[in-house]
Design a protein around this ligand. Structure first.
Ligand SMILES: Nc1nc2c([nH]c(=O)n2[C@@H]2O[C@H](COP(=O)(O)OP(=O)(O)OP(=O)(O)O)[C@@H](O)[C@H]2O)c(=O)[nH]1
Length: 131
């Protein structure tokens, strides 16, 4: 069974928040969208709001669920479930990540992403350029 992981595509002033995993996390130094595992008894949206508060100290509201990606890593299989999110409040403070950036959409493909994120970035770019 794939482990469910939710992640936030948080856009503010036309830029998207991207976070770099630390040396000590699985997938060290790769870029991802902040988020984490869905815990038993939580909805996806509840997990996402909790993880974003814990990891980067922001309060967000999930808006649109994009297409989940199932990816098999050497040690586990995850289902990565992306949500576009709206910023509500807070100032970014990193609890676990090495760094973060507010990326221009046109720069998103330049990051070295966790492999599971690549189709999500592609779908997001298609979706955002269509509206
Ligand atoms: N939060 C997040 N996790 C992602 C993304 N892409 C991706 O492959 N993952 C993987 O999803 C898994 C679960 O995320 P997590 O943030 O809760 O994991 P964790 O560091 O606690 O890992 P661990 O509990 O396996 O040690 C990790 O192995 C992570 O590498 C992403 O965009 N965001």
């Amino acid at each position: 069974m794939a482990i469910k992981v939710v992640c936030a595509i948080l856009e503010q002033h036309g830029r998207i928040l991207v976070t770099q995993r630390s040396q000590h996390m699985p997938q060290p130094l790769l870029w991802e969208f902040p988020g984490g595992k869905v815990e038993p008894g939580e909805t996806e949206e509840e997990s996402l709001v909790r993880e974003i508060k814990e990891e980067i100290n922001l309060v967000v509201r999930p808006i649109t669920r994009l297409t989940p990606v199932v990816h098999r890593y050497s040690d586990k299989e995850i289902m990565l479930i992306p949500y576009t999110c709206r910023y509500l409040s807070g100032v970014v403070q990193l609890a676990e990540h090495r760094s973060y950036q507010w990326a221009e959409p046109s720069d998103l493909m330049k990051y070295t992403w966790c492999p599971a994120d690549v189709p999500i970035v592609e779908e997001y770019l298609l979706h955002s350029s269509a509206i």
